[in-house]
Design a protein around this ligand. Structure first.
Ligand code: VGL
Ligand code: ZN
Length: 208
């Protein structure tokens, strides 16, 4: 049972969005090819889904500026621009993504006191979203992960998939993903590889 996890392919992370990832929209046609390939039995998308005033927003911390380290609930937290606020266009999946083919949309990041980069659980590794149980119940044996942003939500989702679903083969699709900084992407790819996540391209996934 093969599944594809499309991480946060939302307007907010594409050019014109509130937290744009360079070339974030370039993942859309690649993701659509994967969706259309018929190679996946199950397609899941995650959606960053913050309430207004979420604690990861610099605007929620007097004196804080976006892209600085700050603190949330007593722990270090990157201060982000307001992004992906529930019900706004910024939070919608990219309009060209073939979302009618998506079987499940897993929202995350609703709790204002904690960020949730991973589609599987919050950054404290505490509250689970239920996605790992869902995938295991579906009998998923292979999970390919891609989307935005490689150095944050994609990496944490892939690592959690590996840890929370022992025995599931996890791969990262590099050309179907983009990150916030080049250094962050390089480090994230190395970290995923070091944990045993295969780094592949969409052509590899489509060929099999
Ligand atoms: C993300 C920063 C804040 C992501 C989400 O999708 O990678 N990054 N919220
Ligand atoms: Zn977020």
């Amino acid at each position: 049972m093969k599944a594809l996890l499309l991480v946060d392919i939302q307007n907010g992370f594409c050019p014109g969005g509130n937290l744009p990832v360079p070339d974030g929209d370039k993942v859309v046609p690649v993701a659509n090819r994967l969706i259309d390939s018929g190679k996946y039995d199950l397609i899941v998308a995650s959606q960053d889904w913050h309430p207004p005033g979420h604690g990861s927003f610099a605007s929620a911390h007097p004196g804080a500026a976006p892209f600085e380290m700050g603190e949330l609930s007593g722990k270090p937290q990157m201060m982000w621009p307001d992004h992906c606020i529930q019900g706004t266009i910024d939070a919608e999946l990219h309009p060209e993504l073939k979302s009618e083919e998506i079987d499940l949309i897993q929202q995350k990041g609703e709790d204002p006191r904690i960020d949730s980069y991973s589609a599987f659980r919050d950054n404290d590794r505490d509250a689970s979203t239920g996605l790992s149980d869902f995938l295991e119940d579906q009998g998923v044996t292979d999970l390919d992960v891609c989307g935005l942003a490689t150095d944050y939500c994609v990496k944490f989702s892939a690592l959690d998939a590996l840890e929370m679903m022992p025995g599931v083969r996890v791969r990262f699709i590099e050309d179907a993903s983009r990150g916030i900084t080049p250094e962050g992407v390089a480090a994230a790819v190395e970290e995923m590889r070091a944990h045993g996540i295969a780094v592949i391209n969409s052509a590899d996934a489509l060929r099999e």
